[in-house]
Design a protein around this ligand. Structure first.
Ligand SMILES: NC(=O)c1ccc[n+]([C@@H]2O[C@H](COP(=O)([O-])OP(=O)(O)OC[C@H]3O[C@@H](n4cnc5c(N)ncnc54)[C@H](O)[C@@H]3O)[C@@H](O)[C@H]2O)c1
Length: 507
């Protein structure tokens, strides 16, 4: 078989017409759409683009391109960003979510999460007709050649990843599919999940008394909340785990608009792709945790962890990223993914001691702020009011999943203190989580949170908190006391200004 035909056979979806199967490099593909018509959702134009780039031919009449059809299950931080960015580059995207309220909001043009720049991009793509929303799974299965799973994988009771949402999507794909589909797992899932997805789809198909070809691909997502659009539009890498080269080519084509500057696509087997995502998060969590451990040592030894950070970050083998000491990592990924990887190891009889230590040290670190506050007030916090700046687990998001602010607030309440909190974006989320309670006041501004409080605790390093008016701050607090969980301020200056200043790992 000539190599060109091999290439086309890889690109070819199930049940592609014979005329397509027989095409070759010498065919006038750019001038003959009819010959390659009816390729399901692999449109003639996309095929043309793959062909022309593969053979170094000039792409002609790009504007006549039609889009690829993509379905995304889950309209959360990952699904909504993925769907919107795929629509932004011209694809026809349908987002499916089981949360009726979320879909209703999106249909009204409201964005259920805070992610910088997302509202404008969603609005633009809704207006263009390239981005649509539904709760109807059958419609979703009928729509896209690509069926992206971007639903949550929260921790189960024992810390392992709960796959019920992923497998529910797999089941509905099996229930409704009527032609070849590429099922792309973008959720973070343990090694072996692609096999479970395949089994679930096959079980649903055989319940219908039918059999149909489909492929399952692992395509873990590495975007960061707060910079998600940029991360998706200009990814560091695009990991594609598949056992079928045909699907690598399909995904390469779908991701081509994000892969222009140099090839970022890393193709591998499915299990390695699944493990890659956990490896990345566990490595980053380990870096942070290492510095947190060192910060506690620095506290005891009278060293300054900020000097140590600069001293080691300058070594290119270590680097400056992710070595900021603080009050523990939180968020929707690191805590659950470290735990899930450790549980995966347990299940196969391997004791992942490093991962257990990372988890334990981080849980301890999340108590550090409370311990410092409690010690300052001689273990008597009853009746005290603490102003809290920052509820989100990091800046530029409203996500409070596993946020250090929650550990601190809950410990303060337990000890009888009240909290007056402010966050630029996470106030609604705090209300959703905690409702109305007498010991929590959500203030309108950073200044309002300070009014009459006995101390300020800075938990999230939002830029709005980086350079406050310290004179004014002093007058608003009943005592000039700051607990800085992110080392934002200069200890020498604050102490000279008359503050009781506590930070992480600094004298
Ligand atoms: N948040 C991040 O920064 C991030 C980054 C990389 C990877 N991930 C991974 O991506 C996955 C999704 O994370 P997220 O933060 O977007 O979660 P999320 O909780 O924000 O969103 C998940 C969405 O899936 C919906 N859903 C649940 N079951 C469904 C079904 N059967 N059909 C359709 N929709 C369904 C939920 O209603 C929810 O809206 C997780 O596995 C996570 O670990 C997250």
């Amino acid at each position: 078989m000539i190599p060109e035909m091999l290439f086309f056979n890889h690109l070819q979806p199930y049940n592609a017409p014979n005329s397509y199967k027989n095409c070759s490099k010498n065919d006038q593909i750019t001038d003959n759409p009819g010959k390659f018509a009816d390729l399901g959702n692999i449109t003639y134009c996309r095929l043309k683009r793959a062909y022309t780039s593969r053979y170094n031919k000039t792409i002609q009449s790009e504007e006549t391109c039609q889009s690829m059809k993509v379905t995304i299950y889950g309209s959360g931080y990952v699904g909504l960003v993925t769907g919107t960015c795929l629509a932004e580059v011209g694809n026809d995207v349908l987002c499916v979510d089981i949360d009726r309220a979320k879909i209703d909001m999106l249909l009204r043009g409201e964005i259920p999460i805070y992610e910088p720049g997302l509202d404008a991009m969603v609005a633009k793509n809704i207006a263009s007709g390239r981005l649509r929303f539904t709760t109807d799974a059958a419609e979703g299965v009928a729509h896209g050649l690509f069926q992206f799973i971007a639903v949550g994988t929260p921790p189960d009771e024992d810390g392992s990843a709960d796959l019920q949402y992923v497998l529910a999507v797999a089941n509905s794909i099996g229930e409704h599919m009527s032609e070849y589909r590429v099922i792309v797992d973008k959720s973070t899932v343990p090694v072996g999940t692609a096999d479970k997805v395949s089994e679930t789809v096959n079980a649903a198909l055989s319940k219908r008394g039918t059999d149909m070809e489909f492929d399952v691909v692992s395509n873990p997502e590495f975007l960061k909340e707060g910079a998600a659009l940029d991360d998706f539009m200009k990814p560091d890498r695009i990991v594609i785990g598949t056992d079928n080269p045909r699907t690598t080519e399909l995904l390469r084509e779908l991701y081509a608009p994000f892969n222009r500057n140099h090839d970022r696509l890393v193709s591998m087997d499915i299990r390695s792709a699944e493990l890659t995502k956990y490896a990345a998060n566990a490595m980053l969590a380990t870096k942070i945790t290492f510095m947190n451990e060192l910060s506690n040592l620095a506290d005891l030894l009278g060293a300054d962890i900020e000097n140590v950070r600069l001293g080691i970050g300058s070594d290119p083998r270590i680097g400056y990223h992710f070595i900021y000491p603080g009050c523990g990592y939180g968020g929707s990924c690191f805590p659950k993914d470290v735990q899930a990887l450790e549980r995966t190891a347990n299940e196969i009889g391997y004791k992942a001691e490093l991962l257990s230590a990372v988890e334990a040290v981080n849980l301890r670190q999340k108590q550090v702020m409370f311990n410092k506050i409690s010690q300052h007030f001689e273990n008597n916090l009853s009746g005290k009011t603490i102003a809290l700046w920052g509820l989100a687990f990091k800046p530029n998001t409203d996500d409070m999943r596993a946020a250090p602010s929650r550990t601190l607030m809950e410990a303060l309440w337990e000890a009888g203190a009240k909290v007056q909190a402010y966050d630029p974006e996470a106030m609604d989320e705090a209300t959703r989580i905690y409702g109305t309670r007498a010991d929590l006041t959500l203030a309108d501004s950073p200044e309002a949170a300070l009014a009459g409080a006995d101390a300020l605790a800075v938990v999230t390093e939002w830029s709005a908190f980086r350079s406050p008016d310290f004179e004014q701050l002093k007058t608003r607090l009943s005592q000039p006391t700051i607990f800085d969980g992110r080392n934002l301020y200069d200890p020498v200056r604050l102490r000279a200004d008359g503050f009781n200043y506590y930070c992480i790992g600094r004298p």
